[in-house]
Design a protein around this ligand. Structure first.
Ligand SMILES: Nc1nc2c(c(=O)[nH]1)N[C@H]1C(S)=C(S)[C@@H](COP(=O)(O)O)O[C@H]1N2
Ligand SMILES: [Mo]
Length: 380
């Protein structure tokens, strides 16, 4: 009887028909929290309300712990930089909407068993740090470089594979200026909170969350495509488990509603009173600027153009939209849908894949509109 990692670390699987959320999924859901949807009101999400996803443990890094970032591999001058040295370099700040690639997973049929997000794995922050292209220019990337690999300080086992959390970007993306990838040391003007990567993380505007490596300790330039677990096994779009699959990269468009009215405690169903109900929300895409937000108040049968606020020179952040609804007594299903400049939009039926990645199914918000309150009506 061997004792192997595989004994404690099960392969990926799909939930059986009618199988409820399991203890394992519940344990993930209590560690990794979503954005309370009413916080869509903030242009910049306060830390604590921003969603969090961490595969293993949050590393314990007390405030004055020395931290070295290595830039190594296929470079002419390997670097080792402390936080003060990074802070002395040119800095940039970007407002970036971050979304987990698994957002929407728990709404899929069949359900991939993993972090069971509904729609709330999103947040927007102002990240400040050193442009990665400047660090790589200082190190001097070799001509034969292919991928740049980012290693976090967190360690765990996943599907039987023991690993440090690692992801890569193609050299052209890592050294690009649009979007400009950041090695960030501040979130919303303060040090990174522990759960968001203190003291350093990668920020890759427009890309799904898995690319934004937290607790960053090494940047390694490689002359061959990176085949680590999080690149070649996880985060691939597959219909069958044996397939190579397409890599998950940029964020597909999505729109969400700020929940109207007030909620029921258990069901979270929304209650509104009859009359004018301004509907507002956010829309984003990491592929191209959002050009359109639409609203449906009849479960997706008919759509109305929402008013989209200008992007304010922040192409990587969500945009606010608004549509004025007049609610009649009865049950309604509200939806919103985003479209970007490349014509990507959101499906009304699920686009299923085994990991439940990049799913941008249109949101459905059931709303009960009450009968008019006799005490409010007409005069005397
Ligand atoms: N080192 C490390 N970086 C990581 C992760 C992780 O588990 N370890 N999770 C990734 C995933 S899947 C997501 S969605 C984002 C979440 O970032 P946040 O917790 O700051 O919102 O971090 C990414 N970076
Ligand atoms: Mo994620």
């Amino acid at each position: 009887m061997g004792h192997r990692l595989g004994d404690t670390s099960a392969p990926a699987r799909l939930a059986a028909p009618d199988e409820g959320i399991g203890r394992d999924e519940l344990a993930l859901a209590t560690r990794n929290h979503g954005l309370p949807l009413e916080a869509l009101r903030y242009d910049v999400t306060p830390p604590g309300l921003h969603y969090v996803l961490t595969h293993y443990d949050i590393p314990y890094v007390p405030e004055d712990t020395p931290w070295r970032l290595a830039v190594a591999g296929r470079v002419r001058r390997p670097l080792e930089l402390g936080l003060a040295e990074l802070r002395a370099m040119p800095r940039a700040t970007a407002r970036v909407t971050l979304e987990c690639a698994g957002n929407g997973r728990a709404l899929l049929t069949p359900r991939p068993v993993s972090q069971p997000w509904l729609v709330e794995a999103v947040g927007t922050a102002e990240w400040t740090g050193v442009p990665l292209r400047l660090l790589l220019a200082e190190a001097g990337v070799a001509a034969d470089a292919v991928d740049v690999v980012f290693t976090g300080a967190d360690h765990g086992v996943e599907r039987g594979v023991e690993q440090d959390y690692q992801r890569s970007l193609p050299v052209a993306v890592a050294t690009g200026a649009e979007p400009e990838v950041l090695v960030a040391y501040e979130m919303n003007g303060g040090p990174l909170p522990p759960q968001h990567g203190y003291p350093l993380r990668l920020v890759v505007p427009g890309w799904y969350g898995m690319a934004h490596v937290k607790w960053l300790r090494e940047v390694t330039v490689a002359d061959a495509p990176f085949t680590g677990f999080q690149q070649a096994v996880a985060y691939r779009l597959r219909q069958e488990s044996g397939e190579e699959g397409e890599p998950v990269t940029r964020i597909a468009p999505r729109a969400l509603l700020i929940p109207p009215g007030f909620p029921d405690f258990m069901s979270r169903a929304r209650v509104v009173r009859p009359g004018p109900v301004p509907l507002q929300g956010r829309a984003w895409s990491g592929r191209a600027p959002v050009t359109r937000a639409e609203v449906s108040t009849d479960a997706g049968r008919t759509w109305h153009e929402a008013e989209l606020e200008p992007d304010g020179g922040r192409p990587w952040a969500w945009r606010r939209w608004r549509y004025d609804w007049t609610a009649d007594p009865g049950e309604h299903v509200l939806s919103a849908r985003a479209t970007d400049a490349e014509g990507h939009t959101q499906p009304l039926d699920q686009h299923w894949n085994r990991g439940g990645f990049a799913n941008n199914l249109v949101q459905r918000v059931p709303v009960l509109c009450l009968e008019p309150d006799p005490a409010d009506s007409g005069g005397s």
